[in-house]
Write a new protein. Sequence first.
Length: 75
Amino acid sequence: TLKAFLTEYFFKDLHGVFPLSDMVLLLFTEKCQNTKEQCQKAMRRWEEEFSEPLAVVIHSEHSTGLSLNQKYLQT
C-alpha cells in the first residue's frame, strides 16, 4: 500500500507519515531543505514499482496564503 511504501522509503528529516481518508500526509521537520526533490524521487520510484500515478502537494509555512486544503484542490 502507499502508506507502507512511504513508511519504508527513506526520507531525510521526516517527522511522520499520517494516513487520511483519501491521501497520505508526510510531515517534515522545519530544517528539511529539499522536500520537493525527496518527494519527486519517491513519486518516481512509486510509479516504477506499482505503475500507478501519484500526486505530490507541498505546503510550507513559506508558501502563499493558501491553506493545505486549497493547495490540494489545485492539483
